[in-house]
Design a protein around this ligand. Structure first.
Ligand code: GLN
Length: 289
């Protein structure tokens, strides 16, 4: 079979299985297998696939038909132009989160501190921490996660992008495992924020494959915001800020969580779809050390 025939057959199969954008998905899987940019497939329509290539592709297409996300099958995802390793231990980084990371490094570059310090709370694949370290070379970045397996992936990604020596990875559920004297200019987080009862209603790609502990934010989705509102202020230097990603439709409820603890919400920013997505807050009279 040729490249074109294989694309057509795989597209048909994925379409029959109800997968969205079946042609694109088929092309991305084949491009990954043949180690070429997707557009090069179009220059190679007549290339014949070997039996080994065909069976490897069949295997990948089968996995995608069973709703496994493309990024877990290829083992990689793009975040802020950085190619990251991903597997089922980590959430697949989302485009909305790129905006949060960008806000973060812009703050670090402009906060007037010579060597700013930032903490990524719940780093997962390491996407935010690594983007901060890459874009602000002067920054010292801390990255925590309660999952050792996720930290393994994050370290691998940091090494790939040459910032392993500038990010401290700490296994920690909450802030407890951090050094007591650590003071930060920025705390940034895309925490789990899906209300537990809504997880069953997510698309199968997310519900059945992404780590539940990276999604589940408790009964109202706000558990991690409560943790941040209660514990983050003492870790911030004067002038330090907190930036978090918000769940769909959760801006008002999340703002209330922070305001009840004495935080001042300095801004709420929208994503590319016009949805409130990022909350920026300062401790105000939240108890600081
Ligand atoms: N910080 C990582 C990300 O934004 C992981 C987030 C999570 O696991 N909730 O993708």
């Amino acid at each position: 079979m040729t490249v074109l025939e294989v694309i057509q057959k795989s597209t048909e199969f994925l379409a029959k299985k109800g997968i969205e954008s079946p042609r694109l998905q088929a092309e991305l899987l084949l491009a990954h297998l043949l180690k070429m940019p997707r557009m090069h497939l179009y220059l190679n329509f007549d290339r014949r696939l070997s039996d080994a290539e065909l069976s490897a592709l069949r295997e990948m297409v089968k996995r995608r038909a069973q709703r496994e996300p493309l990024q877990y099958i290829t083992g990689s995802a793009n975040f802020c132009g950085l190619e990251l390793v991903v597997n089922r231990h980590v959430l697949i980084p989302r485009p909305e989160t790129e905006l949060l990371a960008q806000k973060g490094w812009e703050f670090l570059l402009n906060c007037g501190v010579e060597q700013p310090k930032a903490l990524d709370f719940g780093t997962g694949s390491g996407c935010i921490a690594i983007a901060l370290a890459v874009h602000c070379q002067r920054a010292e970045v801390w990255a925590i996660d309660c999952s050792e397996a996720a930290l393994g992936v994050a370290k691998l990604n940091a090494e790939r992008h040459g910032v392993l020596d500038r990010i401290r990875f700490v296994a920690s559920d909450g802030f407890d495992a951090l050094p007591a004297e650590l003071r930060l200019d920025l705390i940034i987080s895309n925490p789990p924020y899906i209300p537990s009862s809504q997880i069953e209603r997510l698309q199968p790609e997310v519900r059945d494959y992404e780590p539940r502990q990276a999604l589940d934010g408790g009964h109202d989705g706000l558990d991690y915001f409560r943790k941040l509102a209660a514990g983050a202020a003492p870790l911030l230097k004067p002038g330090g800020v907190l930036m978090v990603e918000l769940g769909d439709g959760a801006a008002d409820a999340t703002r209330a969580v922070f305001e009840q603890r004495g935080w001042i919400v300095a801004g709420i920013e929208c994503d590319y779809n016009g949805k409130a997505r990022i909350l920026i807050a300062r401790p105000g009279n939240a108890v600081q050390a």
